[in-house]
Design a binder for this molecule. Structure first.
Ligand code: KIV
Length: 266
């Protein structure tokens, strides 16, 4: 499989081919996602919830994100590696955004960054693009805005909110983003945005008409038990399998059947 680049992602939209993206936060999970031939690996700030055990994505720091992105990088051969800008790593202005996004490229080997927001961060997107840092924007339900939104709710249901979202999508394209994640928006609205943009839309809870899809890997493989969003799909239950394995190990140690001769030296 050839190396995926930003150009590959744009070409897929032009050719009407679906784009795939999953999160990975370390070496073994990035290896699995890359080996499956998924186009993009996102080191998402969902790290805060699914790995660190926080209630929301706000606590994860830039240092922690860079550390995890570096681990993921070592598991990747072909996928495009995207670092997710954590809360307060870009909100204060373009200079802060460039310096922090630059860390993803310099210290972890990322090839693009993602940041939440639209018109409010158009300046940051422009500055990143000027610094040759490819950008994916993130609109709709933006988890870092959980306190403003009053929870994780579908966005763009009312007519004026839908019109605003279309405007935001046009603004991030104009600012230079090469793709945009649409999270938890009605599927007809996502279809309209997808048709209105020349850059790809990557949906998560945005229906089937987006140019691509992204999910949190731990939801897909059943490694996050706290809740499963309506839009996610669990394709395996590794948590259950892992628990069975650990229980069997404990049982065998307690009974004295592990280690057997096979696992012992003469
Ligand atoms: O942090 C994350 O994992 C994300 C995606 C699920 C889009 O932002």
């Amino acid at each position: 499989m050839p190396k995926v680049t930003v150009q590959t992602i744009l070409a897929k939209k032009a050719a009407g081919q679906k784009i795939t993206m999953l999160t990975a936060h370390d070496f073994p999970t990035a290896r699995i996602v890359d080996e499956a031939g998924v186009d993009m690996v996102l080191v998402g700030d969902s790290l805060a919830m699914v790995v660190q055990g926080h209630e929301n994505t706000i606590p994860v720091t830039m240092d922690q994100m860079v550390y995890h992105a570096g681990m993921a990088k070592r598991g990747i051969r072909n996928a495009l590696l995207v670092g997710d800008m954590p809360f307060l790593s870009y909100q204060t202005g373009p200079e802060q955004a460039v310096l922090n996004a630059g860390r993803f490229l310099k210290e972890a080997g990322c090839e693009a960054v993602k940041l939440e927001g639209g018109i409010n961060i158009a300046g940051q997107i422009k500055a990143l693009v000027m610094a040759d840092i490819p950008v994916i924007a993130h609109l709709g339900l933006t988890p870092q805005s959980v306190h403003r939104m009053g929870g994780y709710k579908v966005q763009g249901r009312e007519e004026c909110a839908a019109a605003r979202l279309i405007e935001e999508a046009r603004a991030v394209e104009e600012a230079g983003a090469f793709a945009v994640v649409l999270e938890a928006v009605p599927m007809e609205l996502a279809k309209k945005i997808t048709g209105a943009l020349s850059i790809p839309t990557i949906g998560i809870g945005a229906g089937p008409h987006c140019d691509g899809q992204v999910l949190v890997l731990y939801d897909v493989i059943g490694m996050f038990e706290r809740f499963l969003p309506k839009f996610a799909k669990r394709y395996a239950n590794l948590q259950e399998e892992a628990l069975k394995a650990v229980l069997a190990y404990k049982d065998e140690v307690e009974k004295g059947t592990f280690p057997s001769e096979e696992q012992s030296f003469r």
